[in-house]
Write a protein that binds this ligand. Sequence first.
Ligand code: C2E
Ligand code: MG
Ligand code: MG
Ligand code: MG
Length: 277
Amino acid sequence: KAKRRGNNNFEWFTQDINDKVERHVLMRHEIQEALKCKQFSLVYQPIFDQNQKICSVEALIRWNHPVQGVISPYEFITLAEHTGQIIPMGRWVIEQVCQDMLQLQAMDIPTVSVNLSPLQLSRNRFADDIKGLLAEYQIEARQIVLEVTENVLVSDLTNASSILNELHKQGFRIAIDDFGTGYSSLRYLQELPIDILKIDRSFVCDVGEGKKYEGITRAMLAVAQELQLQVVAEGVETEEQLTFLKTQDCEFYQGYLLALPMAIDDLARFCEQKMQA
Ligand code: C2E
Ligand code: MG
Ligand code: MG
Ligand code: MG
């Protein structure tokens, strides 16, 4: 096996690339298998309002690999985007959410967020596909929040804008995920049908009085308020962060401090325990 450190002559370098290519070819086959053999699953992370009530959940994909165990989406989403496998994978995610919706409603959870990759959104058939699934499971568009990152807008703003407008007209709610970390301009906040901003974890992890991102976070909340957008703070891990965000009138919170992402049965138990507490 080639090693990255030390010895960086040419042979090592090409060996490294070969390894990488091989790994990718292997992964691609494995993802194919995973789709066929149902190795993917969803976990749901609650999103809370200021009264600690669960007002929504975010669906997050997991790969239960037979040998490697649970693999994080950070490890396979990018590759699945390159190979196009994100298309069947993304469809599976939406269908699974549809199947889980009744159970979620029984927990008094009205909406579910789904992450979309730019490639999914760029396909002409996306709007029809998702409409078809919703009809099949008798689910209404307003029960689904579509999370897109700013990168979607950078690559093809005209196309993104027309599809997002169409989806929004159908009743879907649109969230900008990882807000503040992309390369797009603020102008899109005004131009696009956006309902929710999710402040990225990299800001939230360092908020509080006198902390590094105090000012930026205040400013993002002010922009959202001005444009009448809802705000979710992502990655809330400490009481200090939560307290600061509450005093700044941030409405919604998501993070390990409040709840981890959970399989749906664990989520049901979590909700029951909360009701009794
Ligand atoms: P994301 O959409 O920004 O999701 C939030 C990520 O932060 C999740 O990681 C979640 O588990 C993690 N997280 C939540 N609270 C905390 C916290 O307090 N501290 C820390 N350190 N992390 C926290 P996860 O599940 O590993 O997902 C990573 C990313 O993969 C997601 O980021 C999203 O971009 C992507 N992803 C996940 N599921 C899907 C999917 O079904 N489709 C697509 N296209 N992308 C997905
Ligand atoms: Mg997300
Ligand atoms: Mg995010
Ligand atoms: Mg993030």
